[in-house]
Design a binder for this molecule. Structure first.
Ligand code: NAD
Length: 478
């Protein structure tokens, strides 16, 4: 397809962010090296440039961080909610003030387009802190009893797809409720959590209330197994979630798990096609498809399949893949070489199992990790690409004839995090939403997030809710 106009490069300057050559662990209000001196590198997935070297926390560092959080808990939990709220409001405002810097940092370390980190991640991060700041002095009106108490020390482990946003989802409600925190960011995206540690200092947050441990899965495993942790919150793969559930079983730790997904995005023949196409594109290509609630299975009513797929392919041909810091970029880099290998192997399985693969012709940069937006048609429910979470920009298309068949196919998955419905008929939306086994159901939209709205899964997508009033429950002794 020919374009009417070519785009000129519109790069965001990276001069606004000052990344140090190395970072320590943030324990008890101070940055310090790991006790055994171990470090690892974090690279920019769009260029493979080493951005910084960070400390790899071992068991004794986990012990020190949990000790600091335990000590801080006494005073923090005794503060009136209105005092805790002041700190959270301050953090929220500093995030807003530093949002351009943080957006550039997130795009560098994660590979996501600046348009998304600037317009989606950062505003939502600040909104989350503002929202839970508002709850801190109103906990007795939240529906969890007269005087709900915090749990103690929260051990929190987060993934790499929305590094700062997942941190906000975890830390804001924990602090609002009076808990203290030890958080481990993912090994490929540690930097924004370390900048957040600096924001905690800037906000004058008492020492030890927030501790940040960088490291890999072994650090995460040591944290969730620590006997003095009272609450474990995890977002990531179902496999690791299951391992954590086994570790926590038989203890009195409270647990919430937010795991994978394989959401159905269901388009009926009366849906406005152009609008649905935008929703499909947003559903699967937002954040390179590194989204647990991504609309990775398109269920389209058979009668509009051809029309919809033609429009979708036309739209996909206009997506711009490349430099995450270019303001025109729609699809950035895949977060790591490992994730790229996983996406490639699942996409190859789609072809091997007989589905038809299509991708627009697009030039991919020569260094970094990239995958073109890809569509599979002729997909059956038995195909791996219809069952397994790909966590990349790959859409599997299935068809249906009746609403009942759409429900049947949508629910035919081990997951249950989200779903989308596209139709003009309100009664059908309500009928479908009632039958879909998914934590979030979007109607005539997709990937809409708001701190006031609870988010979480059914089945192997996990349990517990984050966001909204419901999100407080996971951090209160109720
Ligand atoms: P992962 O579950 O391995 O890692 C997530 C976090 O858990 C990271 O911080 C990691 O260091 C930590 N971790 C790893 N092993 C651990 C253990 N035994 N105990 C405690 N913590 C541990 O996810 P990944 O390797 O980054 O991605 C693998 C797949 O997970 C992806 O392909 C995708 O399907 C899925 N995923 C889902 C989400 C989500 O939001 N639901 C996010 C990221 C990845």
């Amino acid at each position: 397809m020919t374009m009417a106009f070519e785009y000129a490069p519109a790069p965001e300057s990276r001069a606004i962010v000052d990344i140090a050559p190395s970072y320590g662990l943030f324990i008890d209000g101070e940055f310090r090296p790991a006790e055994d001196g171990k470090v690892f590198k974090t690279v920019s997935p769009s260029s493979e440039e080493v951005l910084s070297e960070v400390a790899q926390a071992g068991q004794s560092d986990v012990d020190a961080a949990v000790r600091a959080a335990r000590k801080a808990f006494e005073k923090w939990s005794a503060l009136p909610g209105s005092e805790r709220a002041k700190y959270l409001f301050r953090i929220a405002r500093i995030i807003q003030e530093r949002s351009r810097e943080l957006a550039v940092l997130e795009s560098l370390d994660n590979g996501k387009p600046i348009r998304e980190s600037r317009d989606a991640d950062l505003p939502l991060v600040a909104a989350h802190f503002f929202y839970y700041a508002g709850w801190a002095d109103k906990l007795s009106h939240a529906g969890f009893g007269q005087d709900p108490r915090p749990l103690g020390v929260a051990g929190q482990v987060i993934p790499w797809n929305f590094p700062l946003l997942m941190l906000a989802w975890k830390i804001a409600p924990a602090l609002a409720c009076g808990n203290t925190v030890v958080l481990k960011p993912a090994e490929t995206t540690p930097l924004s959590a370390l900048f957040f540690a600096d924001i905690c200092r800037q906000a004058g947050l008492p020492k030890g209330v927030v501790n940040i441990l960088t490291g890999d899965g072994s650090t995460g495993a040591a944290l969730v197994a620590h006997p003095d942790v009272n609450k474990v919150a995890f977002t990531g793969s179902t496999e690791v979630g299951k391992a954590i559930a086994r570790t926590v079983a038989g203890t009195d730790k409270k647990l919430t798990l937010e795991l994978g997904g394989k959401a159905a995005n269901i388009v009926f023949d009366d849906a406005p096609i152009d609008q649905a196409v935008e929703g499909i594109v947003n559903g699967i290509f937002f954040n390179q498809g590194h989204v647990c609630c991504a609309g990775s299975r398109l269920l389209v009513q058979e009668s509009v399949q051809d029309e919809l797929l033609d429009a979708l392919k036309r739209r996909m041909s206009t997506l711009r893949v490349g430099d995450p810091l270019d303001k025109n970029t729609d699809i950035g880099a895949i977060n790591s070489a490992e994730q790229l290998a996983r996406i490639k192997s699942l996409a190859d399985s789609g072809e091997a199992e007989g589905a038809e693969r299509w991708a627009p012709s697009c030039e991919l940069p020569s260094s970094g990790y990239w995958f073109a937006p890809t569509l599979f048609t002729g997909v059956t429910q038995a195909h791996r690409i219809a069952r397994e979470e790909i966590f990349g920009p790959v859409l599997s298309v299935l068809t249906f004839r009746t609403p009942a068949e759409a429900v049947e196919k949508a629910n035919n998955t081990q997951y249950g995090l989200s779903a989308g419905i596209w139709t003009e008929k309100g009664s059908r939306i309500l009928w479908m939403a009632d039958k879909l086994r998914a934590g979030v159901v979007w109607a005539n939209t997709f990937n809409k997030f708001d701190p006031t709205s609870p988010f979480g899964g059914y089945k192997e997508s996990g349990f517990g809710r984050e966001g909204g009033r419901h999100g407080l429950e996971a951090y209160l002794n109720v």
